[in-house]
Design a protein around this ligand. Structure first.
Ligand code: URA
Length: 239
């Protein structure tokens, strides 16, 4: 779909419409290799280059980040240092805004998706869709051996909740380390599930969402996902 050049560039975070007017006049923008001077020229995203580079992806982009410990998944910086601060200035200036797909706690690390696609956020966070997330868990105490059955049963009631947790899968590595796969995203869910067994989570890291693995990204690093990878994230629990 064709858009006004200045509108397209400002929605992608390249500057305000006013700033872009002079940037475009300076000859920094080309369309199919030709310099353009009119900000209201109608263009296709793919034909535009900015200072010789193709544009950032159009609306519908999805970023995978390895969320570091200590940062918050919020747009409100009174809650602490925001994960968005790790993104490039241009990504931070985009409209529609980039938002996290659900949240990880401040003290949880690992796979975090960030997108401007509201429908995708809904599709991946809706409890009706049983998209599973895998968490690597370290515990303060040895497990009692009954956790896997309890978590799988679909009967575990968390304090203050009206319905039990949906069945979850526990893979035990050793007495104090395990991976837990859940399909919901209740507040502090993994920590509260272990609290219900009189244990305490000392470290929590999300390693996977559906068929998408975090892979080699270091804490604080991020990268764009391909269309194929985006479809992997919505893989549901097989029972
Ligand atoms: N469960 C938690 O307790 N915390 C998270 O960040 C994610 C799942």
């Amino acid at each position: 779909m064709k858009k006004r050049l200045d509108q397209l560039l400002s929605s992608l975070g390249y500057g305000s419409r006013r700033e872009l007017k002079s940037i475009i006049h300076s000859g920094a923008v080309t369309i199919k290799g030709q310099r353009v001077s009119k900000p209201d020229t109608k263009v296709e995203h793919a034909e535009v280059h900015f200072r010789g580079e193709p544009l950032d992806p159009p609306e519908g982009m999805v970023i995978m980040m390895n969320k570091p410990l200590g940062m918050v998944c919020s747009h409100d910086d009174t809650e602490g240092e925001l994960v968005y601060a790790l993104l490039s200035e241009r990504y931070r200036q985009r409209s529609p805004k980039l938002s996290t797909v659900g949240r990880l706690d401040k003290e949880t690390s690992g796979l975090l998706l960030i997108t401007d696609d509201g429908k995708l956020i809904h599709a991946l966070t809706s409890p009706k869709k049983r998209v599973f997330k895998r968490y690597e868990v370290s515990l303060a105490e040895p497990m009692n051996g009954e956790e896997a059955e309890l978590f799988a049963s679909g009967t575990l009631m968390l304090k203050g909740e009206k319905s039990p947790c949906l069945p979850a899968r526990l893979s035990v590595y050793d007495e104090q380390h395990a991976a837990l796969e859940i399909t919901e995203g209740r507040y502090h869910q993994v920590r509260r599930m272990f609290a219900a067994t009189h244990n305490r989570v000392t470290a929590l890291h999300r390693s996977r969402m559906g068929g998408l693995e975090l892979g080699e990204l270091k804490p604080g690093e991020y990268r764009l996902l391909s269309a194929e990878e985006i479809s992997l994230c919505s893989e549901e629990f097989s029972s």
